[in-house]
Design a protein around this ligand. Structure first.
Ligand code: MET
Length: 607
């Protein structure tokens, strides 16, 4: 299918540019990474599209830097091969999670070099860059300066003296280190001892940009309703005093520095990574400047985990401000804390937890994962993933509340005449004079208002809870109405209850679409409606939702499709099996699987 033409800002509309932190390409993302950025931004982007805002969602893999070079060494291939391999893995994981990017690009694309170098030239021209000499370890055998993580040696900390401390940090005592501090340092590649050598680097003069920056932060953090954790992390950086930041590195895998003296160096990955948002937009449309250089007509919303905050509130804005050009700067930042796994932490480097590709093999549908992760979104403090909690949320909230409500309504409508409505929505004049129905309409409206308010403020969890409350009220309404009795005793009232309930089913499909798109598609299919044409419950001012009452959403005479149960119960024994299967690290699990396979082969032979 040909991809639709790229969207551009439209005068007079709300034009919203949404980004999520660009995941490092050297690993498979775990559930914590997924909720931390791509999934949260996806929910917001889907919400914006549903509201009729002109929104695009830009993301991609962050490919340069030491992390990639180190992984390439580990896997004995080139950095480019690592990127090609893991970009595809990320892309597949996100597709499985139903993440709908307008563009999922890569920072190793040619546009990145172009935009990054253009920004560098401006900073140079405006004299925000200075030169300084640093001492770094140089390996004569490999003929290069060694990145921090490419040096190993004895930890200098008293009482620790761990033999294999890394140049940036000792894994044993956690102390942050300088590679030159290591005792008896060794190059990780050739194991020879490196020597200290002087090398010049370029630095961004944050202290000189600080007035402009503080002014931007003060204004935007209020106007853009920055979350408390974003403000805290930013202030912590400001409080320490802004320092010059080195933007160059002695590496090969990166954007080359377009300067005669520094032509053998590349930009530091945290200098070029946020520029990736711009360059990926440039690979989406040649008119990218319409999004990125129109601060009056474009709102930039950025999603990320808390460790990325200062790079987005201090470093990236300073880079843009330093160019002296009229950039679209971030308005709203949405930051998540950490999602922990059972008793410990998710860890990419140790392979602990459930990874994007693991979720798929559980056979638990992606909409259930999305629901669980969003209900558990670490918005203000860390949250915990547990299998028991996933089971509880699936069985009691999705199955017993939401799925049960929808299935009860649609199955009743689908029953043949004499027991139901032969799948045809009955007419229900004077619905507003039915007291119970009127009360439900009022409650529903209140929830819709709360939903809209929460979503506008990017309080996604609150938005989801408000939508789910509509389903709980729907269940209570069905129960109180005793529609199964009314069918014979008061057919007009029964028609009101059923038409209203079908309207609520439709409303739920709309409100929950940002959270569980595959669920919504299925509900619309059961309603015999089309996700492309029928999925809109209000205009971009939120008017229709307020003006329409639930019984108005689906017209009398409409024929619904075939209802089928929406969710499947997760049993205790399945949960226990998952807990065991996903215990330990991914590497241990892989070697266990290999050992099992070997054992099986031997058993086969012995047969
Ligand atoms: N690659 C970084 C991370 O995964 C984010 C970069 S956002 C420009 O933490």
């Amino acid at each position: 299918m040909a991809s639709p033409p790229p969207k551009l800002p439209i005068p007079g509309r709300r034009n919203i540019l949404i980004t999520s932190a660009l995941p490092y390409v050297n690993n498979v993302p775990h559930l914590g990474n997924i909720i931390g950025c791509v999934l949260s931004a996806d929910v917001f982007a889907r919400y914006c599209r549903l509201r009729g805002y002109n929104a695009i969602y830009i993301c991609g893999t962050d490919e340069y830097g030491t992390a990639t070079e180190t992984k390439a060494l580990e896997e004995k291939c080139s950095p480019k091969e690592i990127c090609d391999k893991y970009h595809v893995i990320h892309d597949e994981v996100y597709k499985w999670f139903d993440i709908k990017f307008d563009k999922f690009g890569r920072t190793s694309a040619p546009e990145q070099t172009e935009v990054c170098q253009a920004i560098f030239h401006k900073l140079m021209e405006n004299k925000w860059l200075t030169e300084n000499t640093m001492q770094q370890l140089y390996c004569d055998t490999c003929e290069r300066f060694l990145a921090d993580r490419l040096v190993e040696g004895k930890c200098p900390t008293e009482g620790c003296n761990y033999e294999a401390a890394r140049g940036d940090q000792c894994e044993n005592c956690s102390k942050l280190l300088n590679p030159t501090e290591l005792i008896d340092p060794k190059c990780k590649v050739c194991k020879n001892a490196p020597r200290i050598r002087d090398t010049d680097h370029l630095f961004l003069e944050l202290p000189l940009l600080s007035d402009k920056l503080v002014n931007y932060i003060n204004n935007t953090s209020v106007a853009g309703m920055w979350s408390q954790n974003a403000i805290q992390a930013t202030n912590a950086w400001l409080k320490e005093g802004l320092k010059q930041r080195c933007i160059t590195r002695d590496l090969k895998w990166g954007v080359p520095v377009p300067h005669e003296k520094y032509k053998d160096k590349v930009f530091y990955v945290w200098f070029d990574a946020p520029i990736g948002y711009i360059s990926i937009t440039a690979s989406y449309t040649p008119d990218w400047e319409k999004w990125w250089k129109d601060p009056d007509n474009v709102e930039l919303f950025q999603f990320m985990g808390k460790d990325n905050v200062p790079f987005h509130t201090v470093m990236f804005p300073s880079t843009l401000l330093g160019t002296g050009e009229n950039w679209t700067m971030m308005k709203t930042i949405s930051v998540t804390e950490y999602l922990n796994y059972e008793a410990g932490k998710f860890s990419k480097s140790h392979g602990i937890g459930v990874f994007g590709n693991d979720a798929k093999v559980t056979n638990i549908p992606s909409e259930v994962w999305r629901y669980y992760l969003l209900m558990n979104r670490p918005e203000v403090s860390d949250t915990l993933f547990t299998w028991a909690d996933l089971q509880a949320k699936l069985n009691s909230e999705l199955l017993n509340n939401l799925g049960n409500f929808i299935n009860r309504v649609l199955s009743f409508v689908a029953k043949p005449a004499g027991a139901g409505y032969d799948s045809i929505i009955p007419d229900a004049p004077n619905a507003e004079s039915h007291t119970l129905t009127n009360a439900l309409a009022e409650k529903t409206n209140k929830w819709v208002e709360q939903y809209l308010e929460a979503m506008e403020k990017v309080k996604l969890k609150q938005g989801l809870k408000s939508a789910m409350a509509i389903s709980s009220d729907g269940n209570a309404y069905l129960q109180e109405s005793q529609f199964w009795r009314l069918y014979k005793e008061d057919p007009a009232a029964c028609a009101v209850v059923m038409k209203t309930s079908v309207g609520v089913v439709y409303l739920l499909a709309c409100l929950l679409e940002p959270f569980m798109p595959s669920f919504s598609r299925e509900v619309l299919r059961q309603l015999n409606m089309s996700p492309d044409e029928d999925l809109s419950f209000c205009d971009d001012k939120g008017e229709t939702a307020k003006a329409k009452r639930p019984w108005d959403f689906v017209s009398a005479g409409h024929k619904i499709g075939k209802p089928v149960p929406l969710f499947k119960e997760l049993k205790d024994e399945e949960v226990e099996a998952f807990r065991i299967k996903f215990a330990g690290s991914q590497a241990e699990r892989i070697s266990k699987a290999q050992a099992d396979a070997e054992a099986k082969k031997v058993a086969e032979k012995l047969k």
